[in-house]
Design a protein around this ligand. Structure first.
Ligand code: BES
Ligand code: ZN
Length: 626
């Protein structure tokens, strides 16, 4: 029989173990996550990274606008833990052949699942270090949107962009498509010579003569952050490390709109530590881009609906920039932990806006978000589980379960925490959190342990963290958000209605946020004459600010207002803009007001302009039959 291990021996063993782990950790490049780490169970990928995992991708592809396919090969460096197979995720791809160290190897595609696609099971040897997959995309791809010249702003050349979040990269590259896997990548991309290609990587600033581009991404990222855009675009620098890409006719406007970008990066760095990605650029895509923005590393993708002419919608750029810390540097390990990406990002976004433009602006943004949260809580009153921060997405596509809770309840949680412990301690905590977990992934549970140890216990503070994270709704200790500016807007709105008259003087310095608040706060029984009065005085129907126009169109539908040719304007907006949040707000208004037929008539014309992320949502909403 073995002698029982005594307590002090145990301590020695732990000491030696600890030293070994520290030693091993110090051997690895700090920019790479240790690939020997154990991966947690992940519901949205077939990959089994604990057996064999990819660490680097070499992509070599042709972008064929005539056939609307991408084809080529993807070569992976792998780390094999004695496995005889490696599994990649694929969806709607044609796999031509697979090679191991240059020789054909056996592979098979497993059963198709509507969310996850098909596992690609590849035979490997225990010593295998490289695999190459020859493949092409198909017209069913969900990540890619191929646009005709007519669907771009300049209308002269076609355009292509990808959207990988959350599990769509597998529809244009065979890959281990789990957020807890991190890879570096290089790419060679061939496009028609009149177009430029850019990626979430080191990017060209000018077109090449032969249409061939070479990319390097040396910081490790999760596969949902691999991104490509191809079009007739130009670059213009803002500072040494920031700049914009846009179609020619937009370059100057975009450059003006985002000219504070360098200031944003430096104030973000002051808050939570060095910007680790060297370059921060933004590309403004054609109007069918399905989001306001997407935080592709080094190159945020953005919607042209941000270009208001007065820099008033740039908080969204602050948001995508903030993801360079929360999301891209410290990544949610699974989509159930999505709030770790978005909640922290909204918190950080508002701190950047406060640092740059002051408390008034920050509080207006925060209060708008607080209202979105209330609306979302109402939407889920019959399914309160959806309002927990930690989700359970088993059997569901994370995008179908996507809602505002992660963003705004996550924000409110962190704001409440900040107010409880004090800003100074909280900032120090966050800075260390990002540094400590840089280039790695984190679960909610790991975060809670870290929070307890490094903020709460350290300062002897008790906080209802579990209630915030694991229960529905919003706890009672929530921070109260107030905005003087918005109180003034509410007062003004009331007066205008009571007086049957407006005073343009009072509103002349209003920002976009004040206008949005004004329109969203119309009383539910507002009269036609008052809608007409506002439209006449402020020409809301013809607003060139997409945000103000969108909330006004929602009200026009809600209150059956048809003046100023607003119906034609709404139709025009829905046909041109593909930003999901904006168009779904308007389609929802039609539905709520029993006008699904009208909505479908417009949707039939608009649908070809939308990305699959948008059509998936609107098809369901309107019961559209494909
Ligand atoms: N990571 C998201 C983009 C995204 C949103 C992907 C929804 C898939 C589904 C991005 O950072 C984001 O949150 N964008 C928001 C803007 C934000 C300020 C709320 C958007 O596009 O509206
Ligand atoms: Zn975000």
């Amino acid at each position: 029989m073995l002698a029982p291990i005594k307590n002090h021996q145990m301590k020695n063993i732990f000491f030696i173990l600890g030293c070994t782990i520290l030693f091993l950790a110090s051997c690895t490049n700090p920019k790479q996550e240790k690939s020997t780490s154990k991966y947690v169970e992940e519901l949205h990928s077939y990959a089994q990274p604990n057996k064999a995992v990819i660490t680097h991708l070499d992509l070599d592809i042709d972008v064929d606008f005539d056939q609307e396919i991408i084809n080529g090969k993807a070569t992976y460096k792998i780390e094999n833990n004695n496995s005889l197979e490696i599994i990649l995720d694929t969806k709607f791809l044609v796999i031509e052949k697979v090679q191991v160290d240059g020789k054909d190897t056996e592979f098979s595609l497993g059963e198709f699942d509507e969310h996850l696609g098909q596992p690609l099971e590849i035979s490997i040897g225990k010593e295998t270090k490289n695999i190459t997959v020859y493949y092409s995309t198909t017209d069913k791809t969900e990540a890619l949107l191929w646009l005709s010249p007519q669907q771009t702003t300049d209308k002269t050349h076609p355009f292509l962009f990808t959207q990988g979040w959350p599990i769509f990269t597998r529809t244009w590259i065979p890959i281990q498509d789990s957020p807890q896997i991190r890879i570096t990548y290089n790419a060679t991309v061939r496009v028609p010579s009149e177009l430029m290609a850019v990626m979430s990587a080191e990017n060209p600033k000018e077109k090449t003569s032969n249409g061939e581009y070479h990319f390097k991404m040396q910081q490790s990222i999760s596969p949902y952050l691999i991104a490509l855009a191809v079009g007739d675009i130009e670059f213009k620098a803002i500072s040494k490390r920031t700049g914009i890409y846009a179609e020619k006719s937009m370059v100057e406007k975009v450059h003006y709109e985002f000219s504070d970008m360098e200031k944003m990066v430096s104030s973000a760095e002051k808050l939570y530590g060095k910007y680790d990605w060297e370059q921060f650029d933004v590309i403004v895509l054609p109007p069918s881009f399905p989001y306001g923005g997407m935080e592709n590393p080094r190159l945020t993708f953005a919607s042209p609906t941000l270009i208001a002419g007065d820099k008033s919608l740039t908080s969204l750029i602050a948001h995508e920039l903030a993801h360079s810390w929360s999301g891209n540097l410290v990544t949610n390990a699974t989509w159930d932990d999505f709030w770790l990406n978005e909640g922290f990002t909204v918190y950080f976004e508002i701190r950047i806006m406060e640092a740059l433009y002051g408390k008034d602006r920050a509080n207006m943004l925060a209060l708008i978000f607080r209202q979105y949260l209330d609306e979302e809580l109402k939407n889920f009153k019959d399914t309160p589980d959806e309002t927990k921060l930690k989700l359970n997405l088993k059997g569901r596509n994370p995008d179908d379960a996507f809602n505002d809770i992660a963003y705004y309840k996550g924000y409110l949680f962190l704001r409440t925490l900040e107010e409880t412990v004090g800003r100074e301690k909280f900032d120090e905590f966050l800075k260390n959190y990002f540094q400590k977990h840089a280039f790695s992934t984190i679960t909610t549970e790991k975060f809670i342990v870290y929070l307890n140890k490094n903020l709460l216990e350290k300062n002897e503070i008790t906080f209802n963290t579990d209630e915030w994270i694991y229960t529905a709704g919003v706890p009672d200790n929530q921070s109260i958000i107030k905005s003087d500016k918005f109180e003034n807007v509410e007062k003004t709105l009331k007066q205008f209605i009571e007086n049957n008259n407006v005073s343009v003087d009072v509103t002349k310095d209003w920002t976009t946020q004040e206008w949005v608040h004004f329109v969203r706060n119309f009383p539910s029984d507002i009269e036609q004459k008052h809608l007409a009065m506002f439209d006449k005085a402020f020409d809301l129907t013809n607003s060139t600010n997409a945000y103000i126009a969108m909330v006004w169109y929602e009200q026009a539908i809600n209150h059956d207002y048809h003046g100023n040719n607003v119906d034609a304007k709404i139709e025009n907006f829905l046909i041109n803009v593909g930003r999901r949040l904006y168009v779904s707000t308007i389609y929802k208004a039609y539905k709520r007001n029993n006008r699904v037929e009208d909505a479908l008539t417009i949707y039939n014309k608009a649908r070809p302009n939308y990305h699959s992320m948008t059509t998936n949502t609107i098809d369901d909403l309107l019961g559209f039959q494909k």
